[in-house]
Design a protein around this ligand. Structure first.
Ligand code: PLP
Length: 451
């Protein structure tokens, strides 16, 4: 990680140290080592400033769905930049890329979801969810129905509302979060919190917490439940099969809106366009971002169910929006990105070929002495590092096994993310079978080095 051969590396690290405060970074460590400098990328590979080639097992931050270096996206953005580089959508205004993109998303979304509110990021999308659901119930004459329930260890972004809706305790610890009006229930994390139950019984038990929480708060106070179909940043938590049907039952029983955070699952990661479609969910709102533009430009949004739009229309002006809502260049690029995903059959390939292939090969890692569980779906996969395979005893925290594994991966040409001792991959959706073989071989080698 330290600068070695290339003098430019030292130059950029010094600039970073002197001037840059990067997101989600340990500033003490940075002071000692300086950042890793990534300079270019192509397909599923990154290059750092030392010339090392690294297989990007995380598609950036779960976002570069079509892979790096797609000229079509560059062309679409530059065409739009020449035509209309910017105009706002405030005060009853629109431009062609925004409305064309809204239609393209509506065509892919679950039935009955035909409108999109655009934002600049996934966090802004979830802020918008919070404001939209409260606005909705206020228009319906129930302004006190304003509490939103999220899940511990869920991730919904880094703004004040996003971090509050999320259940990351370390984030809550910095800055007096969550804000009032947001409550949390447990996550369906069987490996970590199953407590001896079989997975399906555990799924029901954690889903039933939602009902208990609703009754505790009062059903007339609960506006919405927000959740990722599969928790990403929390550790690729795949819920037991019993979980979502029970949650759906409870939401219907108490007339509570459901907001699916599709920022990670959306645009093909599970092999369906949205994770909600994989699980047969019928969300009222869906937060989207990341794969919408394959990360080439920042953009997010909220896809909204028709019956909610009908109520919003009665409410007059919605005092909410962003300078960059529906940015024309990002929208034109997103449209081209969706065209590539569709016309090249990328989502279909994840569903039928490369997703099952990754999952089959990933499960071979279950044999490794350090691995307590493997799980995954489509282009999402995780494994749990354990000290004792039989008893599933964890490594002591001060050993930082996950961090060590991640560092071995970087040094050996693979990006794998560590959430504590859970190791994660979510590669670009275009990854080939040969590249999956390379990913698995490198992952296995790095597990050996971590042992
Ligand atoms: N929601 C989920 C599920 C995410 O994983 C993320 C980012 O990782 C966000 C929301 C926040 O998106 P952004 O970083 O674009 O604000």
């Amino acid at each position: 990680k330290d600068a070695t051969g290339n003098p430019q590396t030292r130059h950029w690290q010094a600039l970073g140290h002197a001037h840059h405060l990067p997101p989600f970074s340990d500033y003490r460590q940075l002071k000692e080592h300086g950042p890793r400098i990534i300079t270019r990328a192509s397909g599923v590979y990154l290059w750092d400033s030392e010339g090392n080639c690294i297989l990007d097992g995380m598609a950036g931050l779960w976002c570069v769905n079509v892979g790096y270096g797609r000229e079509e996206l560059v062309e679409a953005a530059s065409r739009q930049m020449r035509e209309l580089p910017y105009y706002n959508l405030f005060f009853q205004t629109a431009h062609p890329p925004a409305v064309e993109l809204a239609r393209a998303i509506a065509e892919l979304a679950p039935p009955g979801m035909h409108h999109v509110f655009f934002t600049g990021s996934g966090s802004e999308a979830n802020d918008t969810v919070l404001r939209l659901v409260r606005h909705y119930w206020a228009i319906k004459g129930q302004p006190r129905k304003n509490v939103v329930i999220g899940r511990w260890n869920g991730y919904h972004g880094s703004t004040v509302a996003g971090a509050s809706l999320g259940g990351m305790k370390a984030m809550h610890g910095q800055g007096d979060l969550p804000i009032p009006g947001i409550e949390h229930i447990d996550q369906p994390y069987w490996f970590g919190e199953g407590g001896g139950l079989d997975p399906e019984a555990f799924g029901i038990r954690v889903a039933d917490q939602l009902e208990r929480k609703i009754l505790e708060i009062g059903e007339e106070r609960v506006a919405a439940f927000i959740a990722e179909p599969i928790q990403g940043a929390g550790g690729v938590i795949i819920p037991p099969d019993s979980y979502w049907p029970r949650i759906r039952e409870i939401l219907r029983k108490y007339d509570i809106l459901f907001a699916a955070d599709e920022v990670v699952c959306g645009f093909g990661r599970t092999g369906e366009w949205f994770g909600s479609q994989y699980y047969g969910l019928e969300p009222d709102l869906m937060a989207i971002a990341k794969g919408l533009t394959s990360g080439y430009l920042p953009m997010g949004g909220v896809v909204v169910r028709d019956r909610i739009v009908e109520v919003l229309e009665e409410g007059g002006e919605f005092y909410h929006g962003f300078t960059y809502s529906g940015h024309p260049v990002a929208a034109a690029l997103a449209l081209e990105n969706i065209r590539l995903l569709r016309e090249e059959g990328i989502v279909e390939r994840v569903r039928t070929r490369t997703g099952p292939y990754l999952q089959r090969r990933w499960r071979e890692l279950a044999e490794h002495p350090l691995v307590g569980e493997v799980r995954g779906l489509g282009m999402l996969a995780a494994l749990e590092l354990v000290k004792d395979k039989k008893t599933r005893e964890r490594f002591p925290a001060d050993l930082a096994a996950g961090m060590r594994c991640r560092e071995h991966c970087f040094a050996n040409g693979l990006v794998m993310r560590a959430v504590g001792d859970t190791m994660i991959v979510a590669p670009p959706l275009v990854i080939s079978e040969a590249e999956i073989d390379e990913l698995i071989a490198k992952a296995r080698h790095c597990l050996d080095l971590t042992a």
